[in-house]
Design a protein around this ligand. Structure first.
Ligand code: PLP
Length: 435
């Protein structure tokens, strides 16, 4: 793909040590398979915007209302980002349900924090998905500000189906009457019924925030139901399926727009990262093109193909399949831990992350699961044939690990060498960036 042409900027040689680290990271990305569900490869244009002179500019405030002079051009960039984001999620002024947009949050966690600061006071009750069932730290985990400042309660998936238990969500919402119901997940392979959650929120008299960080690209492409108009707030990261720079965004019903803006600045952030906002605008522009829908379709097909290969290879997939970009593999039933499988796959240059699975019995540092995702491999052009090949390598790694008798199971060196070569040759056929 032409827009993925990139070479290391020569100017970076001014700092040989950082140049070396960036060069090695580029090589690692090129020569390894990236299956971390929350990662992706941005285009050269996104990187160019992020590495532009916009990084020099302070612009506290919002377009047309800044606390600094000289903001005329960064105003243009931020306005473009806002307009494109609203168009992308079909909530601009021409749509039946216009939402306001804030593109300044530095990250997904800060987008969520801004919503909390808008509608909650310390001690208020929130209800979100349990972290070990697929939720996110910022949805009320006790180790996160959201669980420390607010009374956090959680819903889970159903033990049998391993899918969201909407009746449980309803029961808890009606009993607890939380100020904010939080939907969205980091490790949930199934589609989420936002309409149903919207109805639950309405019945319980609570506000609904949907954190669509993981599935935003699928929602933009119309391949996952949109949380609009069911949620009062929709937050997202921009760097996962959406394939933009690292950052966050907030869409809100118009009546909350002013409060959301104040919560982000001056509430919790200082100057916006204008270079990142420009890069967000570039990525939203890319996502508005028809090719983006083709890309997201491939993300879905690839996840299905991967899940099918793993299942045929005798491994258990949480919930028995996938409806998005995520495949959650249960390696515990094969007598392995997520930690062992992550380390073994890392040795053969397949990058994944260990992950808890619903009703987890192991610690988050060990886990019984592996989370796999297809956004990055789909960006580099891999298709279902290659996903079957990768799935078979994962099956093989698990089979070999199972035969190891040492306490911490690792791959024998000959297997590492053989698999590494195979992975490397597949990667060579699908370069990420062409110079
Ligand atoms: C659902 C969800 N929300 C929020 C975040 C936080 O995003 P960030 O890492 O940009 O703060 C993540 C990141 O993993 C996520 O998966």
């Amino acid at each position: 793909m032409k827009e993925f042409s990139y070479s290391l900027p020569e100017s970076l040689r001014a700092d040989p040590e950082i140049f070396a680290s960036v060069e090695k990271e580029l090589k690692r990305q090129e020569e390894g398979l990236e299956l971390i569900a929350s990662e992706n490869y941005v285009s050269a244009a996104v990187m160019a915007a992020q590495g532009s002179v916009l990084t020099n500019k302070y612009a506290e405030g919002y377009p047309g209302k800044r606390y600094y002079g000289g903001c005329v051009y960064v105003d243009q960039a931020e306005t473009l980002a806002i307009d494109r984001l609203r168009k992308l999620f079909r909530c601009d002024d021409s749509s039946p349900h216009p939402y306001a947009a804030n593109v300044q949050p530095h990250s997904g966690a800060q987008a969520n924090m801004a919503v909390f600061m808008t509608v909650l006071k310390p001690g208020d009750t929130i209800l979100g998905m349990d972290l070990s069932h697929g939720g996110h730290l910022t949805h009320g985990s006790p180790v996160n500000f959201s669980g420390k400042i607010f009374q956090a309660h959680h819903y889970t998936v159903d033990r049998e189906t391993e899918r969201l238990d909407y009746e449980l969500v309803r029961e808890k919402a009606l009993t607890l009457r939380p100020k904010l119901l939080i939907a969205g997940a980091s490790a949930y392979p199934r589609a989420i019924d936002f309409e149903r959650l919207g109805k639950i929120a309405q019945e319980a008299g609570t506000l609904l925030m949907v954190d669509m960080a993981h599935i935003a690209g699928l929602v933009a492409a119309g391949l996952h139901a949109s949380p609009i108009p069911h949620a009062h707030f929709v937050t997202s990261t921009t760097h996962k399926t959406l394939r933009g720079p690292r950052g966050g965004v907030i869409l809100s019903r118009p009546e909350f727009a002013k409060q959301i803006n104040s919560a982000v600045f001056p509430g919790m952030q200082g100057g916006p990262l204008m270079h990142v906002i420009a890069a967000k605008a570039v990525s939203f522009g890319e996502a508005l093109k028809p090719e983006f829908v083709t890309y997201q379709k491939r993300v879905l097909e690839n996840a299905k193909a991967l899940a099918e290969t793993l299942t045929s290879g005798g491994l258990r997939i949480v919930s028995g399949g996938t409806e998005n970009h995520i495949v959650l593999l249960d390696v515990g039933t094969a007598g392995l831990t997520g930690k062992e499988v992550e380390a073994a796959l890392d040795q053969v240059h397949i990058t994944v992350n260990k992950n808890t699975i619903p009703f987890e019995t192991r610690s988050p540092f060990v886990t019984s699961g592996i989370r796999l995702g297809t956004p990055a491999v789909s960006s580099r052009g891999l298709g279902t044939k290659e996903m079957a090949q990768i799935g078979n390598w994962i099956v093989k790694v698990c089979e070999v690990l199972k035969t190891q008798t040492t306490e911490a199971k690792t791959l024998p060196p000959n297997i590492v060498e053989a698999l590494r070569k195979e992975v490397q040759s597949l990667c060579a056929r699908f370069p990420i960036y062409r110079s």
